[in-house]
Design a protein around this ligand. Structure first.
Ligand SMILES: [Zn+2]
Length: 150
C-alpha cells in the first residue's frame, strides 16, 4: 500500500478494527519512511450468485441449503463432515467458475448427485429422491438403472 504522503510502499498496521458496516476492516497504517499515518479499508468482495428455481423464481445462493440436503441424505452413512464440506467446496468452485450470476437449481442438484454417486450409492438415491421429487415409479427405476450403469 503506497503512502499517500511520500509514495513509498512500506507501511505498518498500527490498528485494525471492523468498520461500522461490519463488512469492512479499517486499518490505521504508519509509513515506515515518513512516519505519517493514513487509513485503509479492506472489504469483502461479494459476488452474489442467484439460483433459479423450478418455478423460475430467484433466490440468493445459500451454501447451507445444499448442506442440509446432503446431511439428510447421508444420515447414518459412513461419510464424514469433512467429506461433505470438501464436496461442497468443489461444487462451489465449479459453479462460481462459470462467471454466470445465475445458475438453475437443477444444475446444482445434478452436481451434488454426481459427487454423491462417487461417494455413496445410498446417499445418492436419497438425495435424488428428495431433489428430483419423483412423479412416478418409472423415474425412480430409471435412476436406479443409471446408477447401475445399464
Ligand atoms: Zn510516507
Amino acid at each position: 500500500m503506497k503512502c499517500p504522503f511520500c509514495g513509498k510502499e512500506d507501511s505498518k498496521v498500527i490498528d485494525s478494527r471492523p468498520a461500522d458496516d461490519g463488512l469492512s476492516i479499517r486499518r490505521r497504517r504508519q509509513c515506515v519512511f515518513c512516519n505519517k499515518r493514513f487509513t485503509t479499508y479492506e472489504k469483502i468482495e461479494i459476488i452474489p450468485l442467484v439460483v433459479i428455481k423450478k418455478d423460475f423464481s430467484r433466490q440468493l445462493y445459500d451454501r447451507r441449503k445444499i448442506e442440509s440436503g446432503i446431511f439428510r441424505s447421508i444420515n447414518k452413512r459412513p461419510i464424514s463432515m469433512e467429506q461433505v464440506s470438501s464436496m461442497i467446496d468443489s461444487i462451489e468452485s465449479e459453479i462460481f467458475s462459470y462467471g454466470d450470476r445465475e445458475v438453475p437449481s437443477s444444475h446444482i442438484g445434478e452436481l451434488v448427485l454426481e459427487h454423491l454417486k462417487a461417494l455413496d450409492s445410498v446417499a445418492y438415491i436419497r438425495f435424488a429422491s428428495i431433489y428430483q421429487e419423483f412423479d412416478d415409479a418409472d423415474t425412480f427405476v430409471e435412476l436406479i438403472r443409471k446408477l447401475k450403469g445399464d
